[in-house]
Design a protein around this ligand. Structure first.
Ligand SMILES: Cc1cc2nc3c(=O)[nH]c(=O)nc-3n(C[C@H](O)[C@H](O)[C@H](O)COP(=O)(O)OP(=O)(O)OC[C@H]3O[C@@H](n4cnc5c(N)ncnc54)[C@H](O)[C@@H]3O)c2cc1C
Length: 275
């Protein structure tokens, strides 16, 4: 195989502009699966592992910026990420097992665009912005707009994910992350969700809920969010909100689960969060 090994972000973007057919390689945890199946034979590979600028977490007073090459393990260890973005930390702790978390990166998770990407519901409720760069330009893309479908992104030719930025949110009154798989570890999600909720003067001031594995791309449950905003949380309201979940998601039957199960469990998780 032909291996391109840029030593800096500038070199990586330059190399990708010249060879847009090359396949970016970060931690390799998704990449090697395709490689082992012989799907990548003959492809040039753009190995990003020496791009140190993209392996850093940078924090400012308003946001945290996770370089694309930051691993799931590093996210779990970082004291400020643990404090400000506990749902993302929890999600990263459920990705595969320790070996996958040590190699797998946040940029690779996003670029792979699996419907079951476990970091996506937390990133969606934290209003994450993906920083996308090419040799010619840099742009900021809201997380939900980076996904175009199952395993498809809106990245253009020559563009790489450089980082993901998470603005700090006010401390929530409630929060949750839940991943439902076949077993507790090394499982791909049947449904995976995250939520943040703020209560002011006894009423829901704001609410953000997102789920993965229940549509081609991660979904914010906007109908549910709009329904509960401005209301008092009661068991009845939680039940009514849960009944609206099916308006926001479109789960399918596949080898991991069924549409019926995914709908029922997602609705139950929403009811539990709001109860
Ligand atoms: C056994 C196993 C268990 C797993 N369990 C889970 C799980 O529970 N939850 C989960 O969400 N995922 C899981 N995964 C998937 C995978 O580990 C994650 O998606 C991981 O974050 C991918 O990161 P990576 O750095 O290894 O990406 P790579 O494999 O290096 O790359 C993945 C894809 O992204 C592209 N890419 C990588 N970096 C960039 C970049 N900066 N810009 C543009 N394109 C880029 C590559 O070309 C490739 O197409 C599992 C994988 C395995 C093998």
């Amino acid at each position: 195989m032909e291996l391109l090994r840029p030593a800096s972000a500038h070199e990586a973007l330059q190399a990708y502009a010249e060879r847009p057919e090359a396949l970016p390689l970060a931690g390799g945890t998704d990449f090697m699966v395709a490689w082992n199946m012989g799907l990548l034979n003959g492809r040039a590979v753009l190995d990003l592992s020496a791009v140190e600028e993209w392996a850093r977490v940078r924090v400012s007073t308003s946001a945290a910026r996770l370089g694309a090459l930051v691993t799931h393990a590093r996210i779990q260890e970082h004291p400020i990420l643990r404090k400000q973005f506990p749902l993302l930390v929890e999600a990263c702790a459920t990705v595969g097992a320790a070996q996958i978390q040590n190699r797998g990166t946040i940029g690779g998770n996003i670029a792979n665009a699996s419907p079951a990407g476990d970091s996506f519901p937390p990133l969606a409720v934290y209003d994450a912005v993906v920083i996308v760069s090419s040799a010619a330009a840099r742009r900021r893309v809201p997380l939900l707009d980076i996904f175009a479908g199952v395993k498809k992104t809106t990245l253009a030719k020559g563009e790489l994910i450089e980082a993901v930025e998470l603005p700090y949110a006010p401390a929530p009154s409630r929060q949750f992350f839940r991943k439902i798989g076949t077993r507790a570890a090394q499982a791909i999600s049947k449904t995976v969700g995250a939520g943040l909720l703020w209560i002011h003067a006894g009423k829901v001031a704001d609410c953000r809920i997102a789920f993965g594995s229940v549509a081609p791309t991660v979904r914010r449950l906007r109908t549910v969010e709009d329904f509960v905003r401005g209301k008092r949380l009661t068991p009845r309201l939680a039940g009514e909100a849960a009944a609206l979940v099916e308006r926001d998601i479109s789960p399918i039957d596949d080898l991991r689960s069924t549409r019926r199960y995914r709908l029922a469990v997602t609705a139950n998780l929403v009811r539990q969060f709001l109860s």
